[in-house]
Design a protein around this ligand. Structure first.
Ligand code: NAG
Ligand code: NAG
Ligand code: NAG
Ligand code: NAG
Ligand code: NAG
Ligand code: NAG
Ligand code: NAG
Ligand code: NAG
Length: 718
């Protein structure tokens, strides 16, 4: 035993004697750990020394005139480099990236060379080190708009998100590797697996914002396996990679200072089309339909990127709200059973800070000492100085009326005391009397209105000169019940309803709770509504707009969209009214989309729409105006009633898109009455208001706002 210890001491003594060996060993270890060999980057220097950059080369090949020789020559280094790495599985992803996104060539090559420069034995160490730097840090550390991109790749003005390759490199790499199913052994600069959806925001200038949403592969749910593959986007959106696509995401920018919410329309990232083509190329020789089917099955479960942009026009402090409503096209109830609405809020938004849009300078001079409303007051004051609106297709925001001065009158207020404020113009309050008088002057042949229950609600306001359901929320409060409960049960202790006036201008509450329900939801069987004013059961009705002396006729034709539910079919009655009854009105208002999205397939709708637009064109070619009224915004629920409406937010969006396109292409005297955007520009809490209403009607106060938009457009134009 003693010997052993002495032996050990002996070794120790030996080491101390040969201390220089230890120092040498440690220095070696240090050298190896640091082992970052210097590696001359020939290709890179070649790229930068040639007269054009990689990005230029890419753009030149894309332009179609004869730059044949020069561009091929300039691409040479990239192509050569790619062929040198593409057979190596370690660099399969980089090879694919070089091919798909040549304008990022120098970044890609630099990152490969960087890895190669690491000492072979210790590469696992470096890989581990890099994998600790998550995608989050990658995004936060990269100044996307001005750091490592060639200038023309960065988006500006109308296209702040820039070209597909403007994603941070590590993210781009992750997406290419996953979506092309490439071996991903080379780990350098590779972010760790994306576990949760996230959103990141980049900024061009002070007002333009680009929002990108990254959605990892959707989780597998084996219970749902059978239905799973039924769902898919509509054919055209699927093949053109446009929205509504596989996922539905609701993204909005909220201005904290004004309480206004701005929707941001998200479109699939353009790189998805490139990736799909590339993926199909490597699936071997198969008939085209097989390839399409396979790529669809594959694509539904890959990483998806969406992008959208917005110009933040109001000064103030913004934050962002994003929710994933459905993935794997489960919004499309045309294909499979209705899926419950359970949106998942995206919690990771980078940078997490708020975004501030500064105020213009002129403001500082006179109003600095105002109260807490000063910023809002500034916005409202500027708005109130705008000229009157002459169109119905206006994007805008809802602003609180609290800061209006005594002389500033909004056109109409909703029950939250907000008013609709388009960005480029303002609405004035127009009475239905004045509306009639103005129509008589400008559109003496009157209005033809084709529409559903939303048109009926508009007409109720016209007939009663705005009296219908005026102040309904105030009355509802005196019943002392929250809105959802009104009309759900009759109160036996309630005094018997009083009789309704015979004059629509004296419309009044009769004390029946169902009448109140009609004000914010279903009004088909409204108690106290007089059939002689307007019979809601009749398909055709003639009403008067204005007072006895000044006004025009409004011919209303009721239909349930272009669905099979119309009896007789909508086209037959369209023809009958056209030929037999009257000359076309000066204005035609056509409202579709609500019933159609609920009860039709996209294909049926396209067919009927085609016929409709054709008939409208023939009949209203010489009229002053054709107005397409959009469907109502739909959100935050699905139909659980026995009507089993196949409706979802994305389906309404899709049907609206199709109708707009057709009308815009073929009707030259068109105006779009965009009621959709008014519902979409609400914040999450406000959007819940429609939840208790299966027929998706907006309440009477909003009907009034919609009507004011129409009346302003018709009467303010010269
Ligand atoms: C290339 O196209 C541009 C316009 O598209 C044209 O002005 C130019 O002359 C063309 N160049 C050649 C070499 O044809
Ligand atoms: C480019 O191609 C065109 C034909 O497409 C040819 O006429 C022309 O000579 C080529 N340019 C050069 C510089 O080779
Ligand atoms: C990003 O850009 C801002 C301003 O353009 C600059 O202050 C900041 O240092 C940049 N950050 C990095 C990591 O380059
Ligand atoms: C799978 O789907 C079913 C039905 O919607 C649901 O009840 C269940 O919670 C889901 N499971 C997982 C793991 O998400
Ligand atoms: C009808 O309305 C017009 C326009 O508002 C008004 O000038 C006129 O006096 C009204 N006539 C009657 C009888 O109320
Ligand atoms: C309501 O009208 C009915 C018949 O139209 C009449 O019998 C009744 O007395 C009226 N009630 C009131 C309170 O006026
Ligand atoms: C009218 O519409 C119905 C379906 O709504 C359709 O079956 C019929 O073919 C259409 N008629 C004409 C002449 O297009
Ligand atoms: C309606 O009239 C048009 C011609 O004006 C005709 O082509 C079409 O077939 C008619 N549709 C129906 C359903 O009668």
């Amino acid at each position: 035993m003693m010997k052993k210890i002495i032996g050990r001491f002996g070794t120790y003594n030996n080491l101390i004697k040969n201390w220089y060996l230890i120092v040498l060993f440690n220095v070696l270890l240090l050298l190896i750990l640091l082992g970052y060999r210097y590696y001359p980057m020939e290709v890179l220097s070649q790229l930068s020394s040639s007269t054009t950059t990689a990005a230029d080369a890419f753009h030149i090949t894309n332009s179609n005139n004869d730059t044949n020789m020069t561009s091929i020559h300039d691409q040479d280094p990239i192509a050569m480099y790619r062929s040198s790495i593409q057979d190596n599985d370690d660099y399969a992803v980089e090879a694919a990236m070089l091919q798909l996104f040549p304008s990022r060539a120098s970044d890609i090559i630099r990152s490969v060379e960087d890895t190669r420069a690491q000492f072979f034995l210790f590469r696992p160490f470096w890989s581990w080190w890099h994998s600790q730097q998550t995608w989050k840090q990658h995004i936060l550390s990269s100044n996307i708009s001005d750091q490592h991109l060639p200038e023309d790749v960065v988006g500006t003005g109308s296209n702040p998100c820039g070209s597909p390759e403007s994603l941070p490199l590590s993210l781009l790499r992750r997406i290419v590797a996953t979506n092309l199913e490439l071996p991903s052994t080379f780990n350098h600069g590779n972010p760790t697996r994306i576990k949760e959806p996230f959103l990141y925001i980049t900024r061009v200038g002070t007002k333009h914002i680009c929002v990108q949403a990254i959605l990892p592969e959707p989780p597998v749910n084996t219970t749902f396996m059978m239905d799973h593959y039924l769902y898919q986007p509509a054919n055209e959106q699927l093949s053109s990679t446009s929205s509504p696509w596989w996922d539905s995401i609701m993204v909005s920018a909220l201005n904290i200072d004004t309480d206004a919410s701005m929707p941001i329309h998200m479109e699939p990232w353009k790189g998805h089309a490139l990736l799909r083509k590339e993926w199909m190329k490597h699936r071997g020789d198969k008939p085209h339909f097989m390839l399409e089917l396979e790529s669809m099955m594959h694509e539904r479960r890959t990483i998806h990127v969406y992008e959208g942009s917005i110009k933040l026009l109001d000064p103030g402090r913004y934050h962002f709200d994003a929710r994933i409503e459905y993935q794997e096209a489960k919004w499309n109830f045309e294909k499979g059973p209705i899926v419950p609405y359970r949106p998942q809020q995206i919690m990771h938004i980078y940078p997490e800070d708020y975004i501030d849009v500064p105020i213009q300078h002129s403001y500082e001079d006179n109003e600095k000492d105002d109260n807490e409303y000063s910023l809002l007051r500034h916005i409202v004051k500027q708005h109130m100085e705008l000229p009157y609106c002459t169109r119905t297709d206006l994007s805008g925001r809802w602003l609180p009326s609290a800061v209006l001065s005594a002389t500033e009158e909004p056109a109409a207020l909703d029950i939250r005391n907000k008013f609709w404020a388009p960005y480029n113009c303002r609405l004035r309050r127009i009475s239905y009397q004045d509306f009639g008088a103005c129509l008589e002057k400008k559109y003496p042949h009157g209005i033809d209105a084709f529409g559903d229950s939303n048109t009926r609600r508009m007409i109720k306001k016209i007939i009663t000169h705005g009296r219908w359901c005026d102040d309904w929320s105030f009355v509802a409060n005196t019943f002392g019940k929250p809105n959802e409960q009104i009309g759900s049960a009759r109160n036996d202790n309630h005094p018997p309803p009083k009789n309704q006036s015979t004059d629509p201008l004296n419309w009044d509450y009769i004390g029946d709770e169902l009448q109140l329900r009609a004000c914010y939801c279903e009004d088909y069987k409204e108690p106290g509504w007089n059939k002689e004013w307007f019979d809601v059961e009749k398909r055709k009705m003639l009403v008067w707009v204005g007072n006895q002396t000044n006004g025009v006729h409004l011919r209303s034709y009721k239909w349930d969209g272009l669905t099979y539910l119309n009896n007789p079919s909508w086209n037959t009655s369209f023809n009958q009214t056209a030929i037999r009854q009257h000359a076309p009105g000066d204005v035609a208002i056509v409202s579709i989309g609500n019933w159609d999205a609920a009860f039709m397939t996209v294909e049926q709708f396209q067919k009927e729409l085609d016929e409709l637009v054709d008939l409208i064109h023939r009949r209203y070619r010489y009229s002053t105006l054709v107005i397409y009224r959009t469907p109502q915004y739909y959100c935050c629920r699905v139909d659980a009633t026995d009507r089993y409406r196949h409706i979802s937010g994305q389906r309404v969006q899709l049907f609206d898109q199709l109708a707009r396109e057709q009308f815009q292409q073929r009707i030259h005297n068109l105006m779009i009455w965009d009621t959709f955007t008014m519902g979409e520009s609400r914040n999450w809490d406000e959007k819940q208001a429609s939840n208790g209403c299966a027929s998706n009607h907006v309440s009477a106060d909003v009907v009034e706002v919609e009507n004011q938009v129409l009346m302003n457009a018709l009467c303010n134009a010269k």
